[in-house]
Design a protein around this ligand. Sequence first.
Ligand SMILES: *Cc1c(COP(=O)(O)O)cnc(C)c1O
Length: 429
Amino acid sequence: MEFKKSQKLYNRGLENLVGAVNSPVRAFASVGGNPLFIKKAKGSKIVDVDGNRYVDLVLSYGPMILGHRHKKVQRAINKALKNGYSFGASTENEIKLAKIVCNAFPGMDKVRFVNSGTEAVLSGIRLARAFTGKDKIIKFSGCYHGHQDALLVAAGSGLATLSLPGSKGVPEGAVKNTLIATYNDLDSVKKHFEAHDDIAGVIIEPIGGNMGVVIPQNNFLKELKDFLESKGALLIADEVMTGFRSQFGGAQGLLEVEADITCLGKVIGGGFPVGAYGARNEIMEMVAPLGGMYQAGTLSGNPIAMAGGISTLTELKRQNPYELFDTIGEQIENILVEAAKKYGVDLTVNRFGSMLNPFFTSKQVTNFEEAQTSDTEKFGVFFWEMIKNGVFLPPSQFEAWFLSSAITEEDIEIIKKAVNSAMKAVSEN
Ligand SMILES: *Cc1c(COP(=O)(O)O)cnc(C)c1O
């Protein structure tokens, strides 16, 4: 397998782009080597500029849940393009997507569209503060909520890969109202409430996805929500990754917890830049123009992006691939576990439906600290062997792998061969 053209583009990219990437998670910092440049993708496959074909388990970090270039999505985009790209005024498609999203979340009466997950969360946090009149927010170590200043501490994958505790350029003042708790540990939340009386709420990924996949244990989320209710604080669910991926709606539904504020992104744009935050009327009425919390966006509700979202969610609902995701997810999980056993590699696989990933550790992984016991050097060896065998993975131990409904039996065979060969390489390293 050759990467000559990728290498060439990488060298060219270095001149005017930072590290030749527009998001640090795309750099191959923790696996060694240089990033691949992509030419095109279709269905479950992605093709790099050297013509190498891969089964795509990155899927743009989640959004491409139907696979790439689904016919119905492409048709909807083409149709929308004919009417113009942006108007700075309302369109019917915004109402349609809002209806689909609100219907899928029982606790959501109204939604506001923005352009990214980061924007969704920073607005959701502002809203929690506006509604409660309190300033402090609790976040969990290892959860990522976009790159806003206030939450860029102990923030999981991207930072962990680069071994950064937080980000430079974030003033102390910006994080002085951010409190850190431990995932799956309610006592670590309670302690903050004992020490502070101005906590607006807790933000959480209902399924952790940015420290690798980490699943809430026992009744963690439910107990968290009950506790917050008793304190008059809000539960903010960051479902940017899990929204419409774990079921048609949120992971909160599956876990029988209703968040006060929900933040969305990724799948709801079907590959276009869409984020959203929503809540019950009482809370959303704080947002301008109805209320005093300001939040705006020149390109928010962009008509092409809305068409991408509507067509993706409509097709997703029709396909209802969630049982299929579970079956295939389990197959891949078993492939990983069996290969690890065969080659004597310490491995823990965490999975929730179509989100999964292996940790190269013998430990159970239920929080960020445990995730970090994973041997990232082994992951680097594993990663490149998967690439060479035709499987495109996120270039970090701490990112989830995703499935699309376009995945085929043949793809699973490719994955199986690749995993066996990669696990062998890990054992020999
Ligand atoms: C991806 C992600 C974000 C940030 O979304 P962007 O669109 O990259 O800004 C926020 N929260 C979670 C849970 C995410 O997975």
